[in-house]
Ligand binder design. Structure first.
Ligand SMILES: *Cc1c(COP(=O)(O)O)cnc(C)c1O
Length: 365
């Protein structure tokens, strides 16, 4: 078999090797149905057990009470950008507030404006999306339907150190690229959501955790698939669920519970991994230029630049040759980005750290 590289892709992204091995073992046949996960009904007892186990794992890891529904939906983060204003803005509260800390926050705001009224509570464009706002910087509408923010900007590598203070307005969070990287106070959220393909599984499913009070806002006039309340009423089985993707989410969350030992442990590992790379950046004498301000650096996506285009190209080529792959920054910003999600092994980050130190020693003037 070809040797597996350390894959620093932003998404779809690295999965735990033990999960891939289990998929390989089970792909031909699951014991109960004597058929593949790819071949069984989403209404079969075997799949019911899988989706319930995935939900139970998510509830256990994030300590989610029965006040919240957990949904498995399709359409990725993007469809949720539209579904959120469709479901959560009401006649009485027609306008929503958005904190824009980077590319994804901007995209969420753009879709919300197509559905109704959306205000900017803060926008970091002037400082090139290098930091998150202080609570005192937010311009909040106390009557907003909700306050939306992106806890980790995947492209810029900017992450909120903690939840913004939105007063009484329900907090809605796009956690697509850092969901379950640390414990969170779930009660602070009206809704938190994530597409799976960064930190949780393969492309094809998104997880929504939503306070049940908010489900009352969904209008019967919405198209059925667009309606959060109908999905909750049908336990995410209104239509054919993305069975394989949910099966993998179950395995990844099993891994978080059993192999890692929960989110406190995961968080400690993630902090240690990120520190290795930021320490190299900080000790490089400016050779590596980190994008985010130190106090809001992402533990998941480490974005940095090299002194020139030529050096960037050489860095990426040499990395590739050493099986350190997918280190190019997003096409919109250039530079480099190392995505080091939960499943990236410590050894992968150590290999990248050593490569960065050696590359700098060779090329710094
Ligand atoms: C990747 C990403 C999305 C978009 O997800 P799709 O599933 O491609 O629609 C949204 N928000 C954030 C923060 C992301 O990283």
């Amino acid at each position: 078999m070809t040797q597996r590289a350390y894959n620093f892709a932003a998404g779809p992204a690295v999965l735990p090797e033990s999960v891939l091995a289990q998929i390989q073992r089970e792909i031909m046949v699951l014991p109960g149905p004597k058929a593949s996960i790819l071949e069984i009904s989403h209404r079969s007892p075997t799949f019911k057990e899988i989706i319930e186990a995935a939900e139970a794992n998510i509830r256990k890891l994030l300590k989610i009470s029965d006040d919240y529904a957990v949904l498995f939906l399709q359409g990725g983060g993007r469809l949720l950008f539209s579904m959120i204003p469709m479901n959560l803005a009401t006649k009485e509260k027609p306008s929503a507030d958005y904190i824009v800390t980077g590319t994804w926050g901007k995209a969420a705001l753009k879709e919300a404006k197509k559905e109704g009224l959306a205000r900017v509570a803060w926008d970091g464009a002037d400082s090139k999306y290098t930091h998150t706002p202080a609570d005192s910087d937010l311009d909040l509408d106390p009557n907003a339907a909700y306050l939306h923010y992106t806890c980790n900007e995947t492209i810029e590598g900017v992450q909120f150190p903690s939840e913004p203070q939105g007063g009484e307005v329900p907090l809605v969070c796009d956690a697509s690229s850092d969901f379950m990287h640390k414990p969170i106070p779930i009660d602070r959220y009206g809704m938190i959501y994530a597409c799976a393909q960064k930190n949780l599984g393969p492309a094809g499913v998104s997880i929504v955790v939503i306070h049940k009070d908010l489900l009352a806002r969904s209008s019967d006039d919405l198209g059925a698939y667009l309606n959060f309340k109908l999905h909750a009423d049908e336990n995410s089985l209104m239509n054919t669920a993305p069975t394989f993707a949910i099966y993998v989410v179950r395995l990844v969350t099993d891994w978080l519970v059993n192999d890692i030992g929960g989110l406190d442990k995961m968080y400690a590992i993630n902090k240690a991994k990120a520190k290795m790379l930021y320490d190299v950046i900080d000790a490089s004498g400016g050779f590596y230029d980190g994008h985010a301000k130190p106090e809001c650096r992402s533990l998941m996506n480490v974005s940095f630049r090299l002194p020139s285009e030529e050096l960037t190209k050489e860095f990426l080529q040499q990395g590739e040759a050493q099986d350190l792959t997918a280190l190019a920054g997003h096409r919109s910003v250039g530079g480099c980005r190392a995505s080091i999600y939960n499943a990236m092994p410590v050894a992968g980050v150590e290999a990248l750290r050593d490569f960065m130190i050696a590359f700098r020693d060779k090329h710094a003037g």
